[in-house]
Structures are given as C-alpha cells and as structure tokens.
Design a binder for this molecule. Structure first.
Ligand code: FAD
Ligand code: NAD
Length: 455
C-alpha cells in the first residue's frame, strides 16, 4: 500500500478453484496486485473432487470396456481383467499433485499473494482472513463454489456424496445411487464398468432432465444393456442399516430396496454463500442460496463480483473460467462491454458412452419455433461395438429451424461424443445450416461423419 493508495490489493479473490484462479491470473496479467484466499487444495472442486479425478476414473472404466472387447477380438487378455483400484488412485493423485504444483509455480511467477485461509467480507472493500487480518481491496471476487447436498430423510447419514466417492479404494459389490443428474449418470457408468453392480434411483421419469429426451433414452437403453438397474419414480423416505455395514432404501410407497454395500447421493449442490458474510457487504443471495449477479457478474454490492458455482449459473468449470476472465478484461483490461454469453454452452456427461449437447433440445426448439423445427437423426452401431456384436448404439441428432435449416441444437450419445461435440459447438455458434454441414466432406470411417451425412 502506498501513502496515497488506501488499498492493499487491486483484487482480492475468495476461492482458489476454477473461477478464482482464472480471475486471479487474468487480473495479474493486466498488472493488478492480487491476493488469492484458499483454505484447501488449489484447483477447488474440479481438480480435487470433480472433473479431474472423475475423468481419471472414467478413463479407467473405458479401458476396462476396451480390454473386454479386446478379449473378444483375439487378444490374449482376460475378459474381466483384474483392476488394482488402489494403484490407479496413487497414479491419479500423483497427477493431481502435479496440477497443484503447477498452480503454485504460476501464482509465484504472476506475483499473486496466496493465503491459505478462508475469507469473509467486513464490507464491500474489506476482506478479513481466518486469523483476523484485514485486507483492503479495490475489487473483490467471490468464487467460493458449491457443496454436495444430502436429502432430508432419516438415515441420510448412512450414505455418502461425490466427495466421498473419491476416497474409495475399491469398487463395492453393490452400489445404490440416488439422483438422476450429471453425477449419478457418470458414476453409474464408470462403477458398473469397474465391476460394481449399480442401481440408480431416480425421482423423475428419466435421467438428465436438462438434456435432449431422445438422446437420453438412448443412454438409458445402453445402461440397461450394460446391466445398470434404473428405478424411476422413486421417492426416498428413509435409509436404514441392512447388516454388515450395508444399507437399504425405503420409499414413500412402503417398498424396501435390496441391500447395498454403498450408497451415494447425487441430488445437486448448494452454493457456498453463507460462510463469507454476504450481509456485511450487502451482497444479495437468492432463495436457493446463490449469489445474485447481473450479466456482468456484478453483485448488489459495488466492487464485489461473483463467478462460478456460487452464482448457480451453468455450474461447469469452463463457464466459471470464462466468466472470470471476461470480468477481469472488463475491470482491468479496459474492455467495458466484456461479459460471458451464457447461451449455447456445450456440455458433456461422461457416461458410458458419453452424451453431450449444445443449443436447444428438440423440446425447447419446438416450444420456441413450433412448426419451423426440423429434426435429423442417425442411430448406428459404432464399428467396435459391431465387431464385438454388442447391442450398444449411438444416437446423433440435429435440431434445425427455418427454411435455411439453421442448426440450433446438436445432441450426441455415443462413443467419442465428448471429443466430437466441441467443433460442432463452434459451427453452431457461427450459425451453420444443414447445407453447410452437408457441404463438408466426411471423415471416414468415424462416428463423427454421421453429423455431416444426415439426410
Ligand atoms: C463430481 C463432479 C464432477 C464434475 N465434473 C465436471 C466436468 O466433467 N466438467 C465440468 O465442466 N464441470 C464438472 N463439474 C463441475 C465443476 O467442478 C464446477 O462447476 C467448478 O469446479 C466450479 O468452479 P468454482 O470456481 O465456482 O468453484 P470451486 O472449484 O468449487 O472452488 C471454490 C473454492 O472456494 C474455496 N472457498 C469456499 N469458501 C471460501 C471462503 N470463504 N474463502 C476462501 N475460499 C473459499 C473452496 O475451498 C474451493 O476450493 C463437476 C463437479 C463435480 C462435483
Ligand atoms: N460432466 C460435467 O460437466 C459435470 C459432471 C458432474 C457434475 N457437474 C455439475 O455439477 C452439478 C451437480 O451435479 P448433480 O448430479 O449433483 O446435480 P444435478 O443437478 O445434475 O442433478 C440432481 C438430480 O437429483 C435429483 N434430486 C434433487 N433432489 C432430490 C431428492 N431430494 N431426492 C432424490 N432426487 C433428487 C434431481 O431431480 C436431479 O435429477 C451439475 O448440475 C453440473 O452442473 C458437471
């Protein structure tokens, strides 16, 4: 702080996860003096108990399926190979340790002051650290993320949440998952592939209510073929012990489930908005606990901003990162209109096979454009599945509107959907039409070519 500058920092960031780190680095690139407060491991949910360890487990599960396919195709490998989960986790955690280390080095190089502490707001320009130190800040970024929820039913403490899953050291023989969203869909596929028998208990009538219904139905069909048991319309009343450390689910109709070795709840997350003292700075929180922000990530307190899961908007890592970077471009980079366009965010669920989409689902498009909607679809067996004579199918679907058949939705369920979607998300954002796709020469033989060959 200079004699004339009342501020210790140009920016103080609460939270060293996806959004907080991205904001801190971008601000420092513009020459801002930045402090980052993070009481836990750098990288937040994504790096430690989210995207990264999840994708590692997904890769292990994908390998298991491919080894099984190899056994059918003449390779001298066992059809159900032994998997040393503990050894894999050691490798996974070493990889994550490398990410922590690289963040630490980058923070050092960027001159960002890292404080291993919780922060709270005293007012809109003052952050108090865990040991009572006051930091005067010209700007404050809230990037405190979210936490997994448990249902409010008797016995809920007998189940775990996704954070607990990442501490497991083996595949339980029988696993129950409660919830029909991203995490349930992902963990069901990977646990089944790694040797567990999975039952999925869903309150509604389908998985993944945000995604295209027909494409989700294809995933559900594939899951049934893989032996995952789907229980729709399940209203959980309680969880009770079933002996030997196992548990049983009781439903509101008086039914009782089989006994399970492990139970995980994946029923959504709640913003970490209570702990940093929003009231002291006049930061408004909505009824669901999310920090309210406008289109420029401004909270109701001048000079205080929020990005990522704590805002409850499109709670995905790349969204938190993009929102934080654009915010810093605006505050420190002189780009007065910089803000994230929350439309057409592509998203992938790392199920088996993966499922992803960008733009409007068919139902959303019909609601908005009525009869002007035209849908193209291709259902096919990828070559590897056909070679091993497995019943698993892919479904790729394009949602178009108007006479020029502008593509407003791309929805893919199938092998490599996770890698294929990104490029088509660019095409959709640029306003591609069916004619543009058809005018693009296919890459053969791939799954991706189906997108440009639809008639
Ligand atoms: C199991 C799982 C899998 C996921 N998979 C994907 C995926 O494949 N792709 C994807 O895009 N997204 C995925 N997500 C979502 C993604 O992880 C989040 O959207 C993303 O991490 C949000 O970033 P964030 O910066 O808002 O919060 P976080 O990454 O959660 O970081 C918040 C940080 O703030 C810290 N903190 C909290 N309170 C304070 C305080 N008062 N002061 C200082 N620090 C504080 C916390 O310790 C934490 O480190 C997944 C999530 C889960 C749970
Ligand atoms: N691949 C990815 O990008 C990825 C992966 C995992 C998580 N995430 C992010 O993390 C968020 C949280 O994931 P999630 O799966 O916990 O939440 P979710 O919002 O995706 O799904 C929650 C599910 O739980 C159900 N539910 C809610 N309350 C319930 C209750 N009391 N009893 C039974 N069911 C209940 C909902 O109907 C819904 O099906 C996601 O919304 C997503 O933004 C992203």
């Amino acid at each position: 702080m200079s004699a004339t500058d009342p501020f210790d920092f140009d920016l103080v960031v609460l939270g060293g996860g996806s959004g907080g780190l991205a904001g801190a680095f971008r601000a420092a690139e513009y020459g801002a003096r930045v402090a980052l407060l993070e009481p836990g491991e750098l990288g937040g949910t994504c790096v430690n108990v989210g995207c990264v360890p999840k994708k590692a487990m997904w890769l292990a599960a994908d390998l298991a399926s491919r080894i099984a396919a190899a056994a059918q195709l003449g390779f001298d490998v066992p059809a159900t190979p032994a998997f040393d989960w503990r050894e894999f986790i050691t490798d996974r955690q070493r990889y994550i340790g490398g990410i922590h280390e690289s963040y630490r080095k980058r923070l050092d190089r960027a001159g960002i002051v890292l404080m291993p502490t919780l922060g709270s707001l005293r007012d809109a320009q003052t952050v108090v650290t865990g040991n009572g130190q006051c930091l005067r800040a010209r700007h404050i970024l809230l990037a405190t993320g979210s936490s997994p929820q448990r249902p409010d039913v008797p016995g809920a403490e007998l189940g775990g949440v996704s954070d607990d899953f990442f501490h497991w050291s083996q595949a339980p023989a029988r696993v129950a998952l409660v919830g029909g969203g991203y995490i349930s869909a992902e963990l069901a596929g990977l646990l089944q592939a790694l040797g567990s028998r999975v039952d999925l208990f869903v309150r509604g009538t389908r998985l993944l209510s945000h995604a295209d219904e027909e494409v989700v139905a294809q995933l559900e069909d594939n899951y049934c073929h893989l032996g995952i048991r789907l229980h729709f319309g399940h209203r959980l009343r309680a969880v009770e012990p079933a002996g030997d450390g196992r548990v049983r689910l009781l439903d509101e109709d008086g039914g009782a489930s089989d006994a399970f070795d492990a139970l995980l709840f994946a029923i959504g997350r709640r913003a970490n908005s209570a702990g940093f003292g929003p009231d002291a700075a006049g930061v408004a929180i909505d009824a669901r606990g999310n920090v309210q922000v406008d289109a420029f990530q401004n909270t109701s307190a001048v000079g205080v901003y929020a990005v990522g899961d704590v805002t409850g908007r499109e709670t995905l890592t790349p969204v938190a990162i993009a929102a934080a970077r654009r915010l810093m471009d605006r505050i420190f980079g002189g780009q007065a209109e910089a803000r994230l366009d929350y439309g057409n965010v592509p998203t992938v669920i790392f199920a088996h096979p993966p499922i992803g989409g960008v733009g409007l689902t068919e139902a959303q498009a019909r609601q908005r454009y009525g009869d002007a909607v035209k849908v193209y679809r291709s259902r096919f067996r990828p070559m590897l599945q056909a070679l091993v004579e497995a019943p698993l199918c892919s479904l790729f679907k394009l949602v178009c509107v108007g006479e020029d058949e502008r593509v407003v939705g791309v929805h893919l369920c199938g092998e490599a959907a996770d890698e294929i979607l990104q490029g088509f998300a660019v095409a959709l954002k640029l306003g591609a039409t069916m004619a543009d796709l058809r005018d693009t020469v296919a890459i053969h033989p791939t799954s991706a070519e189906e997108v440009v060959l639809m008639r």
